[in-house]
Write a protein that binds this ligand. Structure first.
Ligand SMILES: Nc1ncnc2c1ncn2[C@@H]1O[C@H](COP(=O)(O)OP(=O)(O)O)[C@@H](O)[C@H]1O
Ligand SMILES: [Mg+2]
Length: 424
């Protein structure tokens, strides 16, 4: 939402210079609410509440930023004592209780061993000794994700700010029960971002591909799904990342597979959480390259109800990715900015490949001439000219969906991007 007034912009600068100044930050938040920038306001008030958890003005502002109608208490059915005006913060807290964690939907992770023999006879106890590998926080943070400011802002406002603040957790536990679905072309950072979110939360990370949960033996997929969630619960706080969510898609013909429906249902059960608090500290993120194959039941409110489009890296992101992949290689005279300019359209994975290819050229050359030389701009630019963007085919399908199947505005972000790129 770039249409900020000069006043908002200078307040932002002032707040950046005085991050502890609560009244100043609230003033900024007030203007953001007035301008309809609710997500941004929520993020600001969340920070203010960290400094001053009990501040009544901050609480009231948060209520408005979160869309509580000024006259109605958030939980009217349980708040007979609600004052006639203003958000009844106390009632809302009472209602949500102490331990309603925000939860994110999603899928189980791949088993360690590919198709263990006991799975094949359908009777084996795959054991609950964690068959799914959980990674401890490894220090990857959103700051390590190059560029993509949009995606980071949305993650911060919709997801991280509320989670970082215990007061907000209680409220959001109620109102933001659902999880987050990342979608976009392959190789553009969905997995990387999910890992960075775990890093931001200081949480463990359990990444599984739905394909690894699916089992040709009836019943095993459901059990696998349950085990994945149980593993995440044992390891809480844990980000549970369900990759290739579309593998469960009821829209695909191959999902005529008889057990598929049950597996989807099992996932819904796990997401919805039977016992209150079962998913405390379990944050579900899911990803897919083909969101149009994802079962709609999974996208209903309270499930994977928010989506974030993860696009091919913008120029700053490409610079960061290139710097990363060249960090330990013998390079000389590399103009990263220029290189980033020359690689528009390439995915993160394409860029990794590009650096490989350039290194190979320099190496072959050194071997041929008998003189070792560094990897130079020319190696990289020549390699770039030979690598077609791997997301082109994805955009061809996405274009059709954007044109003909944008039900309920689900793909508005995609439409905006395609128009900007003149691909629509
Ligand atoms: N914005 C980014 N900043 C740094 N590295 C990135 C970025 N986007 C992608 N990458 C790198 O590109 C590669 C592919 O990303 P990945 O997360 O596996 O893509 P996806 O899950 O969308 O298929 C990874 O090596 C990742 O580290
Ligand atoms: Mg991935």
């Amino acid at each position: 939402m770039p249409d900020h007034s000069p006043l908002v912009q200078s307040l932002r600068t002032a707040v950046a210079g005085a991050p502890d100044d609560v009244p100043l930050r609230l003033h900024l938040a007030e203007l953001l609410v007035a301008g309809g920038h609710h997500d941004e306001a929520v993020a600001e008030v969340a920070v203010a509440l960290q400094h001053a958890p009990g501040d009544p003005q901050a609480r009231e502002l948060m209520a408005r930023a979160m869309g509580a109608p000024p006259q109605a208490p958030a939980a009217p059915e349980q708040a007979p004592q609600a004052p006639p005006t203003g958000f009844n913060w106390q009632a809302a807290e009472d209602q949500v209780g102490d331990v309603v964690p925000p939860r994110f939907v999603e899928t189980p992770q791949a088993p360690h061993a590919p198709e263990a023999p006991q799975a094949a006879d359908g009777s084996g106890d795959s054991g609950d000794a964690d068959a799914w590998e959980v990674e401890a926080p490894d220090g990857v943070r959103l700051a390590d994700v190059g560029g993509m400011q949009d995606v980071k802002d949305r993650l911060e406002a919709a997801f991280l700010a509320p989670l970082r603040n215990p007061e907000l957790r209680k409220l959001y536990g109620k109102s933001l029960r659902g999880g987050l679905l990342l979608y976009g072309p392959p190789g553009c950072g969905k997995t990387f971002i999910a890992r960075a979110v775990a890093g931001e939360l200081g949480a463990n990370f359990l990444s599984i591909s739905i394909n690894d949960v699916l089992d040709m033996w009836m019943g095993n997929s459901e059990r696998n799904m349950h085990e994945v969630f149980e593993t995440a619960r044992r390891q809480a706080p844990c980000v549970l990342f369900l990759d290739e969510l579309d593998a469960l898609g009821a829209k695909r013909s191959r999902t005529a597979h008889s057990g598929m429906r049950n597996t989807v249902n099992q996932l819904l059960t796990e997401l919805d959480g039977i016992d209150a608090g079962a998913n405390e500290g379990v944050f579900v993120l899911a990803a897919t390259n083909v969101p149009w194959d994802v079962d709609n039941a999974l996208r209903r409110p309270g499930r994977l109800d928010r989506t974030i489009l993860v696009l091919p890296p913008d120029a700053p992101a490409r610079e960061a990715i290139l710097r990363y992949h060249l960090r330990e290689r013998p390079v000389a005279g590399i103009d990263l900015r220029k290189l980033a300019k020359a690689t528009d359209g390439l995915s993160g994975a394409d860029l990794a490949h590009l650096c490989e290819a350039a290194a190979e050229r320099a190496l072959l050359d050194s071997a041929r001439t008998g003189t070792v030389r560094m990897i130079g701009m020319k190696d990289l630019l020549d390699a770039a000219a030979t690598i077609p963007p791997s997301s082109d085919p994805w955009f061809a399908s996405a274009r059709n969906v954007a044109m003909f199947a944008n039900e309920g505005g689900m793909y508005d972000d995609l439409v905006t991007y395609l128009k900007k790129k003149r691909k629509l």
